[in-house]
Design a protein around this ligand. Sequence first.
Ligand SMILES: [Zn+2]
Length: 204
Amino acid sequence: MTDHTSDARVEFVVETNVPTDHGVFRFRGYRDLLTGADHLAVLSAKSLGERPLVRVHSECLTGEAFGSRKCECGPQLQAALDRINRDGGAVIYLRGHEGRGIGLLEKLRAYRLQEEGLDTVDANRALGHGDDEREYGAAAAILHDIGAMQVRLLTNNPGKRRDLEAHGIEVVALEPLIVGENAVNQGYLETKRDRMGHLLPDSL
Ligand SMILES: [Zn+2]
């Protein structure tokens, strides 16, 4: 742990303890010097140890604050917090990642198109967006700051591993995080599996 970030991508601002339904965590707040977004490193009370379990999680207001059943972000965040509380680890919570990086209002526009039958990929494309516009440079800088250069990554998304490794983080293992499937989001998860290469079971 360092008091100063060693990567110019983020600036460490503050650390404080936050008791939650999932345990008491240390919240470290960072400012993203490239995008202006605020990000969090949520650290377990249990020490990170070597090769800690890490969830790099993209903000999803609809799923996390409102319990939207169109995605599985809320259950994934809750499961990740339970897991790191139990086993030790960190959740890197990235703001500005709503809708795979297109923003809240564009995500709602994509949802509107999905009501007309487009899947999540085609809806984003119809709005002139990429399939996934997120990048993980800030997450890598935060992991560097907390001394987690080698991680076990809690994700179903191999693209996240590639991007983190491109930013100098070694992902020694991928651990699946398959929670939150429901009747509404089944097609969405199938699209992420079949068109985006996410590691999800054949039958959802
Ligand atoms: Zn979501």
